[in-house]
Design a protein around this ligand. Structure first.
Ligand SMILES: [Zn+2]
Length: 422
């Protein structure tokens, strides 16, 4: 096996330039979700299929989630199988990456190159989607390609999944696949999601916090700021409520779990605003948004009902009848909610296998931990399929001048291949 591994690693290294070119070709196609104003992943999926059309995969399947807003009305999801030494009976390893990218953001901050005109500079490939998730997508492709070229059937069947809609909720990606094609997934599958990690490649994510985005909408009555008694200033009610909520949540949900970084639940007021467009207008409406990342031991239902109870108290405090209406109104809208599933056990096979590969082939000890949440490993954990998130990343995702370090792409491909072989 050791000899095999060295040959595989050499083969992967020989692909270095081709990997860079493939990454560049993929970055050139903006695959932005319709939720963010783009046309989706269709063209990028086509390009990917074209790149691998002559590669000897045993099976390539395409599952199109219907989405009338996207190009050709679909959000494509591609699965490419390379069977292990026992053919279809082999144990299976998934490597999942996503096709979509986030929008470029402020174009003036892209100083190295334009977002979708990738360039190579100082051992890095710059462009939107280079590190998130192009680097790992290409790494996974060439991990398999190396085995194909050497005629090696790995111990485990490798299923490369190239999925849509990771950045805006997965409703047309992994969540849709699991709902509409549950037969694709097996309880004893091993799952790697190379879409998070640290610079050293020594962080294995096995747990995440629950996510709750709440929009609090306060309604009062607009009034001239010099005569506040004639109306009800929604801004004051909202900031009073927001401060009370902020204090309450931090105080009640104060447990610490060192598995996570940061180790406590977080509750952050983020967006906010009102339609007042003059210093002397006390607005009749005001909104505040909270981003909550809650340790999995707590229930989001409880957080929500606490927020609701507090809203009743604040309503009582400011209660006023104006023109036959009891004000203020406080409505809580859930913008996003993801209840964290039970963590992947520390001693599960995929965790031990990955730690072993990192130890043997990088000489490093990887530690397990939890993050703020939001990767699609959670969907597998919900099915009780142990999944890990791991990659070697400079963490430039979602930023201007996003880049992928070529070294990381090549070295991660080796670990991916090792996971199939060990
Ligand atoms: Zn990503």
């Amino acid at each position: 096996m050791q000899m095999n591994m060295e040959a595989v690693f050499r083969e992967i290294e020989s692909f270095r330039d081709e990997m860079v070119n493939t990454l560049i070709e993929l970055i050139k196609i903006p695959a932005i979700s319709p939720d963010s104003g783009g046309e989706g992943e269709y063209d990028k999926a086509q390009k990917l299929l074209e790149i691998i059309k002559d590669w000897p995969f045993d099976k390539i399947e395409r599952y199109d989630a219907p989405d009338p807003r996207a190009k050709n009305g679909v959000r494509p999801n591609i699965l490419a199988y390379y069977y292990g030494e026992q053919g279809e009976e082999s144990p299976r390893l998934w490597i999942l990456t996503h096709l979509d990218v986030v929008p470029p953001g402020d174009l003036s901050k892209w100083t190295v190159t334009k977002p979708f005109e990738p360039v190579v500079k100082d051992g890095k490939v710059y462009g939107r989607g280079s590190e998130d998730n192009g680097q790992s997508l290409v790494a996974s492709l060439y991990a398999v390609r190396a085995l194909m070229n050497l005629g090696i059937r790995p111990k485990r069947t490798i299923i490369l999944a190239f999925v849509s809609d990771e950045e805006t909720g997965s409703k047309y990606g992994i969540e849709w696949l699991m709902k509409n094609h549950p037969e694709l997934f097996k309880k004893d599958d091993l799952v790697l999601v190379p879409d998070g990690g640290n610079e050293e490649g020594t962080f294995i994510e096995i747990a995440e916090k629950s996510i709750l985005w709440m929009k609090i909408k306060v309604k009062g009555k607009q009034v001239h700021a010099s005569m506040p008694g004639l109306g009800l200033n929604a801004h004051r009610v909202a900031i009073d409520y927001a401060k009370a909520l902020d204090d309450f949540l931090h105080e009640k949900y104060n447990a610490r779990d060192e598995l996570f970084d940061p180790p406590e639940s977080t509750f952050e007021p983020t967006m906010g605003g009102n339609p007042s467009d003059a210093p002397n207008i006390a607005p009749g409406e005001h909104e505040v948004v909270f981003d909550c990342r809650v340790l999995p031991q707590y229930k989001l239902d409880e957080v929500l009902s606490d927020a609701q109870d507090l809203a009743e108290k604040v309503k009582e405090k400011y209660k006023k009848e104006i023109e036959g209406k009891v004000l203020p109104e406080i409505e809580i809208e859930v913008l996003q909610r993801l209840d964290a599933p039970a963590p992947t056990p520390k001693d599960s096979e995929i965790v031990k296998l990955l730690q072993r590969a990192i130890r043997e082939f990088r000489g490093k000890e990887a530690k397990v931990g939890g993050i703020g949440g939001g990767t699609f490993a959670a969907y597998f954990r919900r099915l009780r399929i142990p999944a890990v998130v791991w990659a070697t990343l400079d963490e430039t995702a979602h930023q201007p001048n996003e880049y992928a370090k070529i070294e990381n792409m090549v070295e991660d491909a080796k670990i991916m291949a090792a996971l199939a072989l060990l």
